[in-house]
Structures are given as structure tokens and as C-alpha cells.
Ligand binder design. Sequence first.
Ligand SMILES: [Fe+2]
Length: 235
Amino acid sequence: MPIAQARHHRLPALAETGYEILRPYAGPLDPAEWEHLKYLDWKSGGDTNFAVLASALGDDDPRGFWEHGLPDKDAVWTANAALAPTLREWVHSVGARFGRVRIIKLATSTDEETVVQRHLHLDDNNRLNPEGEGWVVRAWLNLTDDPDSYMMLREDRDDPATEHRIPMPRGAQFVVDTERLWHAAFHPGPEPRYAMIASFESGPHLQAWMDSQRVALPGRQAAPQDFSGAAAERS
Ligand SMILES: [Fe+2]
């Protein structure tokens, strides 16, 4: 009997839980890079507005890339991105193919039960993703300091026992397979929460970046970095 082949390359690091919390971003974050952008009325996971930094064609378009017959990869920077050089550089520093990049502005949540009942959702990152290429996952960089807010993740939407929570202080970085895990943020407010969300293709570049951003635990050595193979594969 033939062995079933995976249709897309996935990261072993996300195989068990579907997410990984990385160490916080250490660089400066200037509110001017997100507060002065053009926001669109676009609802996802609560009372939200989005500023589009990279889209399928570089237009100020919050829709899925499939609307243009494209997978969520090889995005083009929008006019907003010119106002957010640090955030653009953060995306480039990952080194992986990236798709949609947006700033989410999330208003105060009503309550946790509403988040569970109304806002938990799965993404559709891999529509039109060609077989044999890398699975598209999402990375977050929390921009405002929201230590009492958290990203709620559930393997099973209706089973709280499958829930994990990721706290979101300033600079929080994490990667989630959002087509696998139900997710939504709970944000007690009162000020809006801002975060950057970017789609990345799974593969050696994303893995190398995640390895470089891994939380340092006592007694755990940082993984040796060897980008030579990855660079050769990319060219
Ligand atoms: Fe989502």
C-alpha cells in the first residue's frame, strides 16, 4: 500500500500543539508606525479594524488572496507600509515567503464567553496553496502592552480542555497554525489593542527564524544556526 504523502510541508515544531510562543521582540516599537495608518472596517475575531500592510496586489485590500486567484504568499507592500519601516523590517527578518500582513486594532472585548461563542474561528490560509509547497501559518507581534489580554487557542472549539492561552504584553511574538487551531483574542481594554499579523510559508526559513527567537530556558542551549543550506535552497 502506498504511504500517504503530506500535501504540504509543515513545521515539526508545530506538530504537537499547533503553536509556539517565542521570546518577546526586543527592538523599539513606535506607535507612529501603527497609529497613523489607514484602517478599514473589517470584522474578524471581535470588534476589529485592520490596516493592510501587504496584500495580494499592493492595493488597500483586506480580502483573502484567493479573491485574486492567488495563494496567501508573495504579498506586495501597500502605501501603509511606507509609514511602518520597523514593522516591514520585522517581516523581512523572518526570511520566509510572506502573504497578507495586517495591523489589527481590537476594541475591548465584551467578555470571555462572547469570545468563545462568537469570535473563535479558523483561518483559511491555505486556499489555493499548491500541493508540495509549505503550509501557511500566522505569526503575531503584539504592538501595545496588553499583559492581561491573551490569545485563546482551542484544538476543539467546543472543548475547553483543549484550550491554551498566550499572554500578549508588548513585543509578544508567537506562531500559530490558524487553520488548525480555533483562535480569538480576549482583550479587557480599555484602550484598543494593536498587533501585527503576518502569513508565512512553513519551511527552513521560518524554522530558522523561530529557532533564533526561541525562549531561552535555563540549561537549554540555543540551536546552532546554519543558514547556508537554506540560502542555497532559496536562490
Ligand atoms: Fe484568524
